[in-house]
Design a protein around this ligand. Structure first.
Ligand code: PRX
Length: 640
C-alpha cells in the first residue's frame, strides 16, 4: 500500500503477511527498548554459548578504544557451526553453493562441521596458532567459507582479499599483516570463462617474503598433478587428506581479533580494519534477525562476496550464527542471461534476497522480460546495501522482483561498523531512498563541523554517538590514522562515518554520499588517491587528480584529469609502432594496479590542476566544475 506523507514522499506500508510473520510487532517500541544500549546488547548476547560470561558489557574507560563483553570467553565457529550439531539443525543445509556452470554443492551443518575441523587441523599442523594471520584469495566457493571458519575455530585471524583485486593489492595486504599462509584457487568462473587467479598469486608471491605455504584449491580443475606445483605450494585436498574431522575450539577472549579486512580511505594506503570476536557476533546476529526477520524455514541469499564486509557479516557469519541456510553463487548476474538470479530464486525458493543497487540498475536495463519468466512468490523480504538506492531502482526492485508485496530493507553500514546501523525492519513504513532510522541499540546524529547536532532538514555529517558492539577496534599498523580519520574530528568519542546526511521531521535519515575523497564504483569503495598513485606510477604521467563522475548503472566512475609529461598526449601510440594509444595503455596500467573494480569513465589531459597554497589538489573544485557549478577563474586558487 502506498500513500504520500507531509514531505511529499511516498510511504510504503508493509502488508499483513509481513506483519503477521514478523517477530517484532512494534518498530518504535523496539527502538525505544534499544535506547538502554548496554542492557539491550547484553540481552542479545545471551543467545550464544559462552565459555565464560563477560565481566562488563561496555568498557568506555579508554575512549575510543572501547571494549565489549570484556572478561568473556567465546568462540564464533562454535556458535556458528558446532552448537547446531547437537540440535535438530544437524542435517539442515548450512551452505548451498551454486555456480554458473550449474554445479551445486550442499553442505549440511554436520558436513560443514567436519570440513571445518579438517582444515583447522591442517592449519594447526602447518604451525598456525592463535593470533597468526592467514590470507585468502578465493572465489565465492565452499572452501572460502570453510577456511574462514577454520581460522576462527583455532583463533587465527583471517584476511580475505576480493578475487577481483590485482597482484599489487595482494602484495600490499599480505605484507601488511605478514601472513604465513595464503589460500587461493586456480581460477573462478565468470561469464562462461575461467579467470586465472593462480597467475595473480604467482606474480604476488615474488614479493611476499613471509608466506611459507600457498594452499591451492583446484577449483576449476586446471591442475591435475602435484608436478604442476612449486615447492611451497600444496593442494587444498591433499592438505586435508587424512586429517581428523574433530577439532577443539580455541577459547577466545571477547576482544581477541577475529579478522582484518582491507578497505579504501581517502589517502593512498588501504586500511586494515580490525574486527574482534564477541561484540561482532552479537552485533551481526542481532541486526540480521531484526532486519530480515529470520526464521528457521528461510532460504537466505546475499550476493555479497566474502572478499568484502557484506560477505563476512551477512553471507557467511550471521546466517550461520542463526542456523540459517545461506546460498552462495559464483557467477555474474547476467550470464548466461539476465534472468539467472530470478531462475535461482524460483528453483530453490529463496525467501530473503540481499543485493546492491548497482546490480539492480544493471538488470533493469534488460527490462521486465526476464523477471516475468520466473515465479518469485517465495520472496518475502528484499535488501539493499552499498550505496543509496535511487527511486527508479527501488521501484523496479519492489514491483518486478518483490511483486509489490516484499518490503526492501535499505541497510546503511560500513566495513568499519561491521553490522547494519541504519535500516528499516520489515514492519516499518518505507520511504524509498531513505535507510529510515537507526536500528535498536544504535545511536546516530547528523552534526555540523564541530560535532554539534543539527536540527531536521539540515545537511551535515553522519555521526555515531554511542559505541556499538560490532564496531571495528582499530586499523592494523596505523593507530594514528584510526584516531585522525574517525575520532578526532568530533569531541567526546563520537564516530565520524565519512558520509553526509540529512534527517527529516519523521526521523528518517537520507544519506547523501561521502564527505571525503572516497569513490563508490558499483558499490565498491576506492580512494581517489589510490587511483591517482596508480596513474602517477606510469612514465607518461606527471600528475593526476581523480573525482567520481556520476554513472546511471555503477553510481560513479573514475574521471581522471592528467598532466602528462613533455611530448605525450592521450591519443598518441604509447610507444613507437605500438598499436595501443596512450589512453588505452593508461587504462590497462590502472587496471593492473587496482584490479577491475577501478572502472575508468573518462580521462582528460590538462595543463594544470587546481591546488591550495600548500600544493594539495582541490578535487572539490574539479567536482563542482563537473557538476556545472560556476566557480569563476580557478587559476587564482593556486595563489590562495
Ligand atoms: O557511503 C556509504 C555507502 O558505503 C560506505 C561504506 O562502504 P563499505 O565499507 O565498502 O561497505 C559497504 C557495505 C556495507 C558508506 O560510508 N553506503 C553503504 N550502504 C549504504 C551507503 N550509502 C547509502 N545508503 C546505503 N544503504
Amino acid at each position: 500500500m502506498v500513500n504520500i506523507n507531509s514531505n511529499n514522499q511516498r510511504l510504503f506500508h508493509p502488508n499483513d503477511e509481513v506483519k503477521q510473520r514478523s517477530d517484532i510487532k512494534d518498530w518504535d517500541l523496539e527502538i525505544e527498548k534499544g535506547k538502554d544500549i548496554e542492557k539491550y546488547w547484553a540481552q542479545e548476547a545471551e543467545q550464544f554459548d559462552w565459555f565464560k560470561k563477560w565481566d562488563s558489557i561496555l568498557d568506555e574507560s579508554n575512549k575510543p578504544y572501547y571494549k565489549w563483553f570484556d572478561g568473556g570467553q567465546i568462540n564464533l565457529a562454535y556458535n556458528a557451526v558446532d552448537r547446531w550439531i547437537e540440535t535438530g539443525k544437524r542435517n539442515k543445509i548450512a551452505i548451498l553453493y551454486i555456480n554458473e556452470r550449474g554445479k551445486e554443492v550442499k553442505l549440511t551443518y554436520y558436513e560443514l562441521y567436519r570440513e571445518v575441523n579438517k582444515v583447522a587441523n591442517a592449519l594447526l599442523n602447518l604451525g598456525i596458532k592463535k593470533g597468526d594471520s592467514v590470507s585468502m584469495y578465493l572465489p565465492m566457493c565452499p572452501e572460502l567459507i570453510i577456511s574462514m571458519i577454520a581460522c576462527t575455530k583455532i583463533g587465527a585471524v583471517h584476511s580475505t582479499i576480493f578475487s577481483g583485486l590485482s597482484s599489487v593489492a595482494v602484495v600490499e595486504r599480505v605484507n601488511d599483516i605478514k601472513s604465513k599462509i595464503i589460500i587461493t584457487a586456480d581460477g573462478t568462473y565468470r561469464r562462461g570463462k575461467i579467470i586465472n587467479l593462480k597467475s595473480v598469486i604467482d606474480e604476488a608471491m615474488l614479493q611476499c617474503p613471509t608466506v611459507q605455504t600457498v594452499v591451492l584449491v583446484n577449483h576449476t580443475g586446471r591442475y591435475n598433478d602435484v608436478a604442476d606445483l612449486r615447492g611451497n605450494e600444496i593442494f587444498y585436498d591433499r592438505l586435508i587428506e587424512g586429517e581428523t574431522d574433530s577439532c577443539d575450539c580455541e577459547v577466545m577472549e571477547s576482544e581477541d581479533p577475529l579478522f582484518i579486512l582491507y578497505t579504501s580511505g581517502s589517502t593512498g594506503k588501504p586500511k586494515g580494519v580490525i574486527h574482534t570476536t564477541a561484540g561482532y557476533m552479537v552485533g551481526i546476529a542481532t541486526t540480521f534477525k531484526n532486519v530480515f526477520d529470520i526464521h528457521d524455514d528461510d532460504l537466505w541469499w546475499s550476493t555479497g562476496d566474502a572478499g568484502w564486509i557484506t560477505g563476512h557479516s551477512y553471507t557467511v557469519y550471521a546466517p550461520l550464527l542463526l542456523g540459517t541456510t545461506t546460498l552462495i553463487y559464483e557467477g555474474a548476474p547476467d550470464f548466461p542471461d539476465p534472468g539467472i538470479w530470478w531462475k535461482i530464486i524460483e528453483k530453490y525458493g529463496v525467501t530473503k534476497f540481499y543485493t546492491a543497487p548497482t546490480a539492480i540498475r544493471h538488470l533493469m536495463r534488460f527490462g521486465k522480460k526476464y523477471s516475468k519468466l520466473y515465479n518469485l512468490d517465495s520472496l518475502k523480504i528484499l535488501g539493499s546495501v552499498g550505496e543509496a538506492i535511487n527511486f527508479e531502482a527501488w521501484k523496479w526492485m519492489y514491483e518486478e522482483i518483490g511483486k509489490g508485496k516484499t518490503p526492501i530493507m535499505d541497510t546503511w553500514w560500513q566495513t568499519e561498523t561491521g553490522m547494519h546501523m541504519i535500516s528499516p525492519i520489515p514492519i516499518a513504513d518505507l520511504k524509498p531512498g531513505s535507510a529510515t532510522k537507526p536500528l535498536p541499540g544504535v545511536q546516530i546524529a547528523i552534526v555540523d563541523e564541530e560535532g554539534k547536532e543539527l536540527p531536521p532538514n539540515k545537511k551535515g555529517y553522519l555521526a555515531i554517538t554511542k559505541p556499538w558492539p560490532a564496531m571495528f577496534r582499530g586499523l592494523h599498523n596505523d593507530d594514528e590514522r584510526f584516531i585522525n580519520v574517525y575520532w578526532e574530528e568530533f569531541p567526546g568519542g563520537i564516530y565520524r562515518a565519512g558520509d553526509m546526511a540529512e534527517i527529516d521531521e519523521d526521523g528518517y535519515i537520507w544519506i547523501q554520499g561521502r564527505s571525503d575523497d572516497v569513490l563508490k564504483i558499483a558499490g565498491h569503495r576506492i580512494g581517489a588517491t589510490e587511483v591517482e598513485s596508480a596513474f602517477n606510477s606510469h612514465p607518461a604521467v606527471n600528475e593526476t587528480a581523480v573525482i567520481g563522475k556520476e554513472d546511471p548503472v555503477k553510481g560513479q566512475l573514475i574521471k581522471a584529469f592528467l598532466i602528462l609529461n613533455e611530448g605525450y598526449n592521450l591519443d598518441m601510440p604509447f610507444k613507437e609502432g605500438n598499436r595501443f594509444l596512450l589512453r588505452e595503455e593508461l587504462k590497462r596500467h590502472v587496471r593492473h594496479a587496482l584490479g577491475p573494480v577501478a572502472v575508468l569513465g573518462e580521462m582528460v589531459q590538462v595543463d594544470k590542476l587546481p591546488k591550495t597554497k600548500s600544493g594539495k589538489i582541490m578535487r572539490r573544485v574539479l567536482k563542482a566544475q563537473e557538476e556545472g557549478e560556476d566557480l569563476g577563474d580557478i587559476s587564482t586558487l593556486e595563489s590562495d
